[in-house]
Write a protein that binds this ligand. Structure first.
Ligand SMILES: Cc1cc2nc3c(=O)[nH]c(=O)nc-3n(C[C@H](O)[C@H](O)[C@H](O)COP(=O)(O)O)c2cc1C
Length: 209
């Protein structure tokens, strides 16, 4: 797995860079190939296409996510090059988690509504003494990434019977995607090559616990 960390910060050797290094180290220890690049608003971001995961990270200054990352998304070609990319996000700031998730994270997420977000976290500047926060972020990211790989494999090899497809299409459309994923994951895990009505019902029962 190849990951690139795109970040911005006005502080050389500050908390953002320390957090990035810790994330990079943990990802590398899990076997990933990791690069980092500091954002410049109008840089050419076509290089991100060769990575499986793009991690965006920045501090907050005066209520705004650091300017070069935001500008790369809004004015530059970063958003265009993130099409269909799997993303992880982190912000570092002095505000509490709950506030930062509501006020600051959406400044990035509004530009990523079509992306799969694997993990997102507010990481306080002092988080390096508390390695759990970084570990949790990297674990979430790797877990969700594995899940997307499983989903990809499942949807390529598993067939749907006509009856099961009919049943899937009879449920409200906003739920179909979730049920389809659950059924395909269930079939992949239990070694079924075809999703029949019985498999679909068993997956539903398992999902409902
Ligand atoms: C000039 C300045 C403005 C800041 N403004 C905010 C803010 O509006 N909201 C917030 O939660 N944290 C704010 N912070 C805290 C920073 O987001 C936090 O310390 C961050 O970890 C700094 O990252 P850096 O070391 O890479 O610069 C501010 C810090 C500085 C130095």
């Amino acid at each position: 797995m190849k990951a690139v960390i795109l970040y911005d910060s006005k502080t050389a050797g500050g908390s953002t860079e320390a957090i990035i290094d810790a994330i990079g180290q943990q990802l590398a220890e899990s076997g990933a190939y990791v690069e980092k690049a500091k954002c410049k608003a109008m840089a050419d971001y076509s290089f991100v296409r060769e990575f499986d995961i793009v991690i965006l990270g920045a501090p907050v200054y005066y209520f705004l996510v650091s300017s070069q990352l935001l500008a790369a998304l809004i004015q530059g070609n970063l958003k265009k090059n993130l099409k269909r990319k799997k993303i992880a996000l982190f912000l570092t700031c002095g505000s509490p988690d709950t506030l930062a998730s509501v006020i600051y994270l959406p400044q990035l997420k509004i530009h990523l509504i079509r992306n799969r977000i694997l993990a997102e976290k507010i990481i306080p500047p002092g988080a390096l003494s508390d390695t759990e926060t970084i570990e949790e972020f990297v674990d979430d990211l790797l877990y969700e990434y594995e899940k997307t790989l499983k989903e990809g494999r499942a949807s390529h090899t598993i067939e749907w019977s006509d009856d099961a497809l009919g049943l899937l299409h009879s449920i409200p459309s906003f739920m179909q995607g979730k049920i389809k994923t659950v059924a395909e994951e269930y079939a992949a895990e239990t070694g079924c090559r075809e999703i029949t009505v019985a498999v679909l019902m068993a997956a539903k029962d398992e999902m409902q616990g």
